[in-house]
Design a protein around this ligand. Structure first.
Ligand SMILES: O=C(O)CCC(=O)C(=O)O
Ligand SMILES: [Fe+2]
Length: 353
């Protein structure tokens, strides 16, 4: 109904979650998506997300160490679809600077943040996701979503001028993410005994990087809302920087597991397109974010996606008689993913053979 959609858009754009919290408002019905039992089947994690030391994968590390860590990487991505990357050469102080400029942006008065406000149906800018389909709950979060690479895709009107160092820090993080994704993409290929550039070639040199600063306000009723509803990413893969507040959970073997916060680690999480390119070897895990009644949480997710209009598909080296092709070639999968996401669904079946 047009009226309802309009109301949602109003809520999304003029009444940010952060303001509702500052005004002491209870979550409106549009945000309610849980049944009040915040403790449902969250495991106390007897096993935890694998940690991979990327410094062991560089050519200067002893060969046996490299082999061992590549095997750990392969096994992490086949069973979990994600890992915590350490030894990545990005300093802890720089990661803290990035979190800090994000925090400072969200801590500004709403009028200041609205200078970067997005349109209801736009992705880029400050606000919330475009209005979901009727019946879908809203996320208890505020976001700043920016195209960061290639540089000619940047829309500077959405890049905050305050805090003053925001732009420089994000530009520097983009350069680091470009290098990081090269290292990780090559390592993933090697771990599967494939030519090391094969995934990079599928992404293409202009494979976009998009940064999403997620701000999860405290919520007096964490048992009723979610910071981010359950989903798998439509990216190739995603690199997530968390702060020291837990909230991200991964669905593994039917149980939600909380991703521990490690201040110097970057969580690398497979999106659907890596599941396609690896012919189903690497898993794109379903994940969500829960809120917390005491502390707000910030995260910075960088989505790495194949170039627009570029066909991607299972690597031939991963297709055999015993392992037939599971997926077709697809292009612009992220768009298809988005259409299903808006309806609260996964899209991967669309790419199945
Ligand atoms: O906030 C997080 O830790 C996860 C964010 C996420 O899953 C996303 O932005 O797609
Ligand atoms: Fe995600």
């Amino acid at each position: 109904m047009a009226g309802v959609t309009f109301l949602s858009a109003e809520v999304l754009l003029s009444k940010r979650v952060q303001d509702m919290v500052l005004n002491g408002e209870e979550p409106p019905p549009l945000y309610i998506c849980r049944d009040g039992d915040a403790n449902e089947d969250v495991s106390s994690a007897s096993s935890s997300i694998p940690i991979i030391d990327l410094s062991l994968l560089s050519s200067s590390a002893p060969g046996s160490k490299q082999e061992e860590e590549l095997e750990n990487l392969r096994s992490a991505l086949c069973s979990w679809g994600c890992f915590q990357a350490v030894g990545h050469n990005i300093s802890s102080s720089f990661l803290e600077e990035l979190r800090q400029v994000g925090r400072e942006f969200f801590q500004q008065p709403i009028q200041e943040k609205k200078k970067q406000a997005k349109g209801v149906e736009e992705f880029e800018g400050y606000g919330a996701d475009p209005v979901p389909e009727e019946g879908q709950p809203l996320d208890w979060s505020d976001r700043l979503f920016l195209d960061v690479y290639p540089e000619d895709r940047r829309k500077t009107k959405f890049w905050p001028e305050n805090p003053a160092s925001f732009r420089v820090v994000l530009e520097e993080y983009t350069v680091k993410m470009k290098m990081f994704t090269e290292i990780v993409s090559k390592a993933m290929a090697k771990s599967l005994s494939l030519e090391e550039n094969c995934f990079l070639n599928q992404f293409g040199e202009r494979g976009p990087l998009q940064a999403r600063f997620n701000y999860y306000s405290c919520c007096q009723r964490p048992d009723l809302v979610l910071g981010l509803k359950p989903h798998a990413d439509g990216s190739g893969y995603t690199v997530i920087l968390q702060d020291d507040v837990e909230g991200l959970q991964i669905l593994k073997d039917g149980q939600w597991l909380t991703v521990p916060t490690i201040s110097h680690a970057l969580l690398v999480l497979m999106g659907d397109q890596m599941e396609i390119m690896t012919n189903g070897m690497f898993k794109s895990p379903v994940h969500r974010v829960v809120t917390n009644s005491e502390r707000e949480r910030i995260s910075v997710a960088v989505f790495y996606t194949p170039e627009p209009n570029k066909e991607i598909g299972p690597e031939e080296g991963l297709v055999s008689e015993e392992r037939p092709k599971l997926f077709k070639k697809v292009k612009d999968y992220a768009d298809t993913h988005w259409e299903f996401y808006q309806r609260g669904m996964r899209a991967l079946h669309v790419a199945k053979v």
